[in-house]
Design a protein around this ligand. Structure first.
Ligand code: NAD
Ligand code: AKB
Length: 316
C-alpha cells in the first residue's frame, strides 16, 4: 500500500488533491495536514502540522511513515508580497525541513513551483523549460530557490524529488491569495451577481489550468518512471492562456448579460506583467506524457455547474 501525506491540505489545491489521493490509494492511506487541525463533515480530518516546526515534522512523519509527501504548504504571491519574511520562512524554511525529513526517512517529495519562478527578463512567449529566472516577488524568489534546493537534494542525497511549475489554477475551491485568483472569483461573481470587477487589466494574459488537470499532473508525475525524468523538479505545465476579457466572453456564452469591468490593483498587475504569457511544456510531455484534458470551453461549463451547485443558484 502506498502511504501518502499532504501538507497545506486545507488550501485550494490540497482540498481537491486529498480526495483524489483517497480514491487512488484508499482513505486510510492518506494523511491530510495543515497549519491548524480541522474537522469538516464529509472531508478527511486535517491534522495540525506547521512546516516551519522541524520537531513537529519529525514526530508526525515518523508516526505516519509515508512513502510520498505532497508538500503544498506555502504563502502565494499577493500574500507573500504583504508578508515577505513570513513567505520566506514558510516557503523556503518549510521546504528545507521537508527535504531534510525526506533525506532522513526516504520518502518521495512532490513540491509545486509556479509561473512565478520566472521574471520580467524571462522570455514571456513559449517560455522554455530551461531559461533565465530572475523573479521580482518574494514568492517567486522562494519558488526558484525551492526548485534548486529540490534538484540539490536529488543529486546530492538521492532524494526522489519531483515537481511542476503550475500556472494559475481554476477551481470551485477558494484560492489562497494569489495574482491569478481573479480567474476563480469571476465565476462566483458571474453566478451570484452577473458582473465582476477584475483587479487585473482585461488584456493581461497568463497561463491557466483547471483543477482536475492540476491534480492529474501531480499524481502522474509521482507515478512516472523516475529513470525517464531528466528535469525532475519544476516541469513547465500549462493548459490554456487566458485574459480577464477572454474568460468573460466564455462566461457570456452561458450568461449573455454578464458584464466585466476593471479596477486595476497596481501590485497584482505588476506581478502579472512580470510572469510569462505562455509556457512551453514540451519537456513534461516528452518525459512523463503530460497533456491537459480541459480547455477553456470545458472549464467554463464545468466551473459554472459546480459554482451553481455550491451557491445553490439556478441557471439563468
Ligand atoms: P493555498 O494558499 O490555497 O493553500 C496553502 C495552505 O498552506 C493553506 O491551507 C495554509 O493554511 C497552509 N499553510 C500556510 N502556512 C503553513 C505552515 N507554516 N505550515 C503548514 N501549512 C501552512 O495554496 P494552493 O493554491 O493550494 O497552493 C499549493 C501549492 O501550489 C503552493 O506551493 C503554491 O505555491 C503552488 N501553486 C499554486 C497555484 C495556484 O494557482 N493555486 C499556482 C502555482 C503554484
Ligand atoms: C499566484 O497567483 O500566486 C498563484 C501562482 C500562479 O503561483 N496562483
Amino acid at each position: 500500500m502506498t502511504r501518502v501525506l499532504v501538507t497545506g491540505a486545507a488550501g485550494q489545491i490540497g482540498s481537491a488533491l486529498v480526495p483524489a489521493l483517497q480514491d487512488a490509494y484508499g482513505e486510510a492511506a492518506v494523511v491530510a495536514t495543515d497549519l491548524h487541525e480541522r474537522h469538516t463533515e464529509g472531508a478527511a480530518p486535517v491534522h495540525a502540522l506547521d512546516c516551519t516546526d522541524r520537531d513537529q515534522i519529525t514526530v508526525l512523519l515518523r508516526r505516519h511513515n509515508p512513502d510520498v509527501v505532497y508538500h503544498l504548504a506555502a504563502l502565494l504571491s499577493a500574500v507573500g508580497e504583504r508578508h515577505p519574511q513570513r513567505a520566506y520562512d514558510v516557503n523556503l524554511g518549510g521546504l528545507f525541513n521537508m527535504l531534510e525529513a525526506a533525506r532522513e526517512q526516504g520518502f518521495a517529495l512532490f513540491t509545486p513551483s509556479s509561473i512565478a519562478a520566472f521574471g520580467p527578463s524571462t522570455p514571456g512567449d513559449r517560455t522554455p523549460q530551461d531559461t533565465l529566472q530572475r523573479p521580482t516577488t518574494m514568492y517567486g524568489v522562494t519558488k526558484v530557490a525551492g526548485e534548486l534546493l529540490c534538484d540539490y537534494y536529488h543529486t546530492r542525497y538521492g532524494v526522489d524529488t519531483r515537481g511542476v511549475r503550475y500556472p494559475g489554477i481554476i477551481s470551485a475551491t477558494p484560492p489562497g491569495g494569489g495574482t491569478t485568483d481573479y480567474a476563480v472569483e469571476i465565476f462566483f461573481a458571474a453566478v451570484e451577481k452577473g458582473s465582476y470587477t477584475s483587479f487585473l487589466a482585461p488584456d493581461t494574459q497568463l497561463d491557466m489550468m483547471y483543477m482536475p488537470d492540476a491534480i492529474r499532473a501531480a499524481m502522474d508525475l509521482m507515478e512516472a518512471d523516475g529513470r525517464r525524468l531528466r528535469h525532475r523538479n519544476a516541469f513547465n505545465v500549462t493548459a490554456m492562456q487566458l485574459t480577464p476579457a477572454t474568460l468573460a466572453s466564455a462566461i457570456r456564452a452561458h450568461i449573455p448579460t454578464f458584464t466585466l469591468d476593471c479596477e486595476v490593483d497596481p501590485m497584482r498587475q505588476a506581478i502579472a506583467e512580470s510572469w510569462p504569457r505562455e509556457l512551453d511544456d514540451s519537456a513534461a510531455r516528452e518525459e512523463w506524457g503530460w497533456s491537459p484534458h480541459y480547455d477553456l470551453t470545458e472549464t467554463t461549463a464545468d466551473m459554472l455547474r459546480l459554482v451553481r451547485e455550491r451557491t445553490a443558484t439556478p441557471a439563468h
